[in-house]
Design a protein around this ligand. Structure first.
Ligand code: SAM
Length: 257
């Protein structure tokens, strides 16, 4: 396993406890995934975390597989879905596409909420593994971020005070973002019972044009982009602004048109 993936595991060892308080109620992306996933068809979510999107996929009646490399995030997902795990509607696994395909077939693969930004090296091989697990005409979707420190003046390096719900309490934390070449470093300091918990997250960002060529290298055919979660406006990377807004990319396992 690469050093950056060990770093991600170390980040989520601490972050897992706060994760649902931090983004558990974020639903802006649900409509996009509903439009993307044919109900009842098998789906894999790469970087499923605590199961925010798995819950939606199960409600769509999709046989669902959730993958993650963080034991703590997988443990929380396991605690959340006992009936679906018992009946086999949901499978959870510690699989990393950096090590090759999983060996199952899916109609759709999703890397939601910036999971792909955690893959710092070897992304074409990672994505080629995902493509191998897709049926012909299947599709992959990734949600990618553009750092706020690039798009909003004043955010680079400035501490911002925030709060999160944790174990029924409101926990204050400080958050700042730094840019280091093609990486964003997010530093957070949570204050729990007078104890400081520091969490650093390092994510690599990509322009839509870079993602286009990475997906082509991985063998994907038709590749379309949408700003934020705007499914009706899927279009070519040439229509997308450079590093202006978070975006979603959908790539089809078919010959280039
Ligand atoms: C921001 S969380 C997203 C969780 C969930 N998809 C959601 O939308 O709430 C990113 C997740 O990706 C996982 N992750 C990072 N690198 C990964 C990899 N190479 N393979 C599988 N999961 C990975 C992390 O452990 C973390 O749980």
């Amino acid at each position: 396993m690469s050093g950056s993936q060990q770093e991600t595991i170390a980040t989520y060892r601490r972050f897992a406890a706060f994760y649902d308080g931090y983004v558990g109620r974020f639903h802006d992306d649900f409509g996009f995934y509903e439009a993307f996933c044919p109900p009842g068809e098998p789906v894999v979510e790469i970087g499923c975390g605590t199961g925010r999107i798995l819950d939606l996929l199960l409600r769509l009646g999709c046989p669902t597989t959730g993958l993650d490399i963080s034991p703590e995030m997988l443990r929380l997902a396991r605690e959340r879905f006992p009936p679906a795990l018992r009946t086999g509607r949901l499978e959870l696994s510690d699989h990393n596409y950096s090590n090759g395909p999983l060996g199952k077939k899916f109609s759709r693969a999703i890397a939601s909420f910036y999971t792909l930004n955690y893959i710092h090296e070897g992304l074409p091989d990672f994505l080629a593994g995902v493509r191998t697990d897709l049926v012909p005409d299947g599709a992959f979707l990734a949600d990618l971020f553009v750092p706020v420190a690039l798009t909003r003046p004043g955010f680079d390096g400035a501490w911002v005070d925030k709060a999160v719900q944790f174990n029924g309490q409101t926990v204050p934390f400080r958050d700042r973002r730094l840019i280091d070449g093609s990486f964003e470093i997010r530093e957070q300091v949570y204050l729990v019972d007078d104890r400081e918990i520091r969490i650093e997250t390092r994510r690599r960002f990509h322009t839509p044009a870079e993602m286009q060529s990475t997906l082509e290298e991985a063998g994907f055919g038709e590749i379309l982009f949408a700003p934020r979660y705007d499914y009706p406006h899927l279009g070519p990377s040439s229509d997308m602004p450079d590093l202006d807004t978070n975006y979603v990319v959908v790539a089809w396992n078919r010959d280039p048109s």
